[in-house]
Unconditional design. Structure first.
Length: 295
């Protein structure tokens, strides 16, 4: 076993798993109560980032005296910064809007009481997903060895991801704020290099955090499910795949898809004018709190 693994506090980490689950579900329970009061479940998207931040802070406190202090502080800050930025962006974006049509459609299929159906299908599921994805954060704070080049590489990958997500969201928000762009689809800036710069950004954020735990191979093997689950959500679950099925019939989207990478950035194919005029129906977020052209 790697020297770092031999000093890994597995029993303390096991307790942390329970505490982290409690922190995530506490955030979602409060959000559920607020959603019932305001009669709008779209605010659960804001809780997605806040729940990750809560787990990171709880894990930082629980790991005091166990893990390397520098690594503990770093992984906590990376997670909190990402979570608060996403929550703040979604709060601003949703201000003044009613219920998200996605949740209206979902609750319209409720077999029985809509309130408890929403609690089970939306809030409990998100709580489980947050807990799973955050496993590398929970493990990293218990690593005792000093940070290696691999951990700093992970930090750089995280920074790349946060940059893509932040810049992509900012570019899309500015585009939509201009009345002249009404009915058009964003196709320049980062959106010319990938159809989903914010999804790609989240992908990098969570694989970057995972690299920070890879100094302890056994702990990394036990927590790799975290970035794998996030990757599935972004690429094949409620992110890219769901969004592109929704956009498939939009005028000009086929040309945009043909000329622009579906996920990993690359230069666009062909001049912009050859990719044709495209439309956009307003933007939205998937059930995991991620953004795209539409929802």
């Amino acid at each position: 076993m790697n020297a770092f693994d031999s000093g890994f506090a597995w029993s303390a980490f096991a307790l942390n798993l329970a505490v982290a689950a409690g922190a995530a579900f506490a955030v979602l329970l409060v959000t559920f109560a607020v959603a019932l009061r305001v009669r709008m479940h779209r605010i659960v998207d804001i809780a997605w980032g806040l729940a990750f931040a809560a787990i990171a802070v709880a894990s930082y406190g629980m790991s005091a005296g166990y893990g390397d202090d520098g690594r503990r502080l770093l992984v906590t800050l990376l997670t909190v910064v990402w979570g608060l930025r996403l929550a703040g962006y979604l709060a601003r974006r949703g201000r003044g809007h009613g219920e998200d049509p996605r949740y209206e459609r979902l609750l319209g299929k409720a077999p029985g009481n809509r309130t408890w159906y929403a609690f089970r299908i939306v809030y409990l599921v998100q709580g489980v997903l947050v807990w799973l994805v955050s496993l590398p954060v929970q493990a990293a704070v218990y690593e005792t060895g000093p940070m290696s080049v691999l951990a700093w590489l992970g930090t750089a990958v995280w920074l790349l991801g946060l940059t893509f997500e932040t810049v992509g969201d900012h570019q899309l928000a500015r585009f939509k704020a201009d009345p002249a762009n009404r009915g058009r689809l964003m196709d320049y800036g980062l959106w010319a290099w990938t159809r989903h710069p914010n999804y790609f950004g989240d992908f990098c954020v969570w694989w970057g955090i995972f690299l920070i735990v890879c100094d302890a191979p056994a702990a990394a093997a036990a927590t790799v499910i975290g970035p794998l689950v996030m990757s599935f959500l972004l690429i094949g679950g409620s992110g890219k795949a769901l969004l592109e099925r929704h956009m498939a019939e939009r005028p000009g989207y086929a040309a945009y898809r043909a000329g622009t990478s579906g996920f990993f950035p690359r230069p666009p194919r062909g001049p912009r004018e050859e990719r044709g005029p495209r439309r956009d129906d307003g933007g939205g977020r998937g059930p995991d709190g991620q953004s795209g052209h539409s929802g």
